[in-house]
Design a binder for this molecule. Structure first.
Ligand SMILES: [Zn+2]
Length: 74
């Protein structure tokens, strides 16, 4: 099953165990798959990691933010 990627299917997500304490934008489909299969997600900026489920309390990754606004406008 393939999900179409739109801005509405992204949300900030927090990486853990990382030097950069940023919330990254990740495709919703990636998050769902990660939750089910325990695989890494890939943020818009290319960062890959296993997400935890803590609420986002970090600033948005500036690279993700820039890419998102270029792709979809904001
Ligand atoms: Zn990012």
């Amino acid at each position: 099953m393939t999900e179409t990627t739109t801005v509405r299917q992204t949300r900030p997500i927090t990486g853990d165990g990382d030097h950069e304490r940023f919330a990254h934008y990740v495709r919703k489909g990636d998050i769902v798959r990660s939750n089910v299969e325990g695989v890494e997600v890939e943020a818009l900026c290319g960062k890959r990691w296993i997400p935890n489920r803590d609420p986002s309390r970090y600033p948005i990754c500036p690279t993700c933010k820039e890419i998102k606004s270029k792709l979809w406008g904001s």
